[in-house]
Design a protein around this ligand. Structure first.
Ligand SMILES: O=C(O)CCC(=O)C(=O)O
Ligand SMILES: [Fe+2]
Length: 374
């Protein structure tokens, strides 16, 4: 696929140095890459999509029993307005987290086994750290890099996929190996994780006519450390715009590359938190999901995203101290405030220009990454 390299994780331990090099190249130049031969079996990805389809097939009134809360979990439909468009994304989504989910799990009567099925898959992407794996929440980037062999033996870590990849980035940047992993993964008993698992359902566009500025997901960059996205074969539409530094607001007017939709690969992108944590070396990149065009299927599109987020109290600061320190909680709060202001301005301006272009139900609801007060 042009623009977005595919990186194979086969023989991970033996090829670790080569993989780190490839990840660093992709993250530095494109901000996006697809992982093949990763550790998550295809049958488990298929099961996760079955879970998603079972949930979204419920009546809206049933899904509304677990509405999007102020803490970034729950269900929303047609409410996410991107600052880049001023219109609502043509989708519904269900967001889940590792903690603070009281009253937000769909019941077994509505979707049998929803919680255990979701948590099993979430754990395959990002598991909880073993309780012995205790690191200070405030990392000191001046610490010398620690290699794999130096991991304290009393600190075993479940080798889930996101930990593997984030350790590679830490090592590639010359930071302590656990910088982004203990920075994002909570030990048991801690409710400070902000990582978010998001099931997405983009509506069928059969017999629908849209104005010029409607998108399945308007152009945006993610706020997190690392996003991992699962797609179904042939359900395309995701596009990326590499080169954030050289493009104008929201990456408009420059070249967009399609990303192939393959269920056997995981599309990953660097988010704003990792860009800042790396003093801008790794690039958070604009992306969007367009509506079907021409002879393409007008059917629905399902995708699943996992956002690896900095924990609320972890300090994000790069080794060169290019930016002042900020905690994971503050970072999200600031990003949301900016988003909210821009969304409101853009929606207002668009409404003045052409009222029909702004869906009547549009109102701002916090995006998938929301400030969390522990
Ligand atoms: O569904 C997709 O392909 C992308 C979703 C996305 O970019 C997001 O939710 O941040
Ligand atoms: Fe995104």
């Amino acid at each position: 696929m042009p623009g977005v390299p595919t990186i194979s994780l086969h023989d991970f331990d033996a090829r670790r140095d080569e993989i780190i090099q490839q990840l660093m190249d992709a993250a530095t130049n494109v901000g996006f890459f697809a992982l093949s031969n990763h550790s998550i079996p295809l049958s488990d990805v298929q099961s996760a999509f079955s879970l998603s389809r079972e949930f979204f097939a419920l009546e809206d009134e049933t899904k509304a029993k677990t509405p999007l809360n102020g803490k970034n979990a729950g269900w929303e439909k047609n409410t996410q307005v991107r600052p880049s468009t001023g219109t609502a994304d043509q989708k519904e989504s269900m967001q889940l987290q590792f903690s603070r989910m009281e009253g937000l799990w769909p019941s077994d009567e509505d979707v049998p086994g929803f919680r255990s099925r979701a948590e099993k898959f979430m754990g395959q992407i990002q598991a909880l750290l073993d309780h012995k794996y205790t690191f200070p929440t405030n990392h000191t980037p001046s610490q010398p890099p620690r290699g794999l062999k130096d991991r304290p033996s009393a600190a075993p870590l479940f080798f889930c996929l996101s930990v593997k990849v984030m350790e590679c980035f830490a090592e590639g940047l010359g930071l302590p190996l656990d910088t982004f992993t203990t920075g994002t993964v909570s030990p048991p008993g801690f409710a400070d994780s902000q990582s978010t698992f998001r099931l997405l359902h983009y509506h069928s566009t059969e017999n629908k006519i849209f104005g010029p500025n409607f998108w399945r997901a308007g152009a945006h960059a993610d706020f997190d450390v690392l996003t991992m996205l699962f797609q179904r074969d042939g359900e395309g539409g995701l596009e990326v715009c590499p080169g954030r530094k050289v493009v104008g607001d929201f990456g408009m007017g420059t070249e967009w590359f399609p990303v192939e939709a393959r269920m056997d690969q995981i599309v990953c992108n660097i988010g704003d938190q990792l860009m800042r944590w790396s003093d801008d070396r790794l690039k958070s990149t604009y992306h969007r999901v367009r509506l079907p065009e021409g002879s393409e299927s007008r059917g629905p599109r399902y995708s699943i995203a996992f956002f690896n987020q900095a924990r609320t109290d972890v300090v994000i600061q790069g080794p060169q101290k290019k930016y002042p320190p900020v905690t994971g909680g503050e970072f999200i709060a600031q990003a949301l405030a900016r988003n909210r202001m821009q969304s409101a301005e853009v929606a207002q301006a668009a409404a003045k220009l052409d009222a029909d272009r702004v869906a009547s139900e549009v109102h701002f609801v916090p995006t998938h990454l929301q400030a969390v007060t522990a």
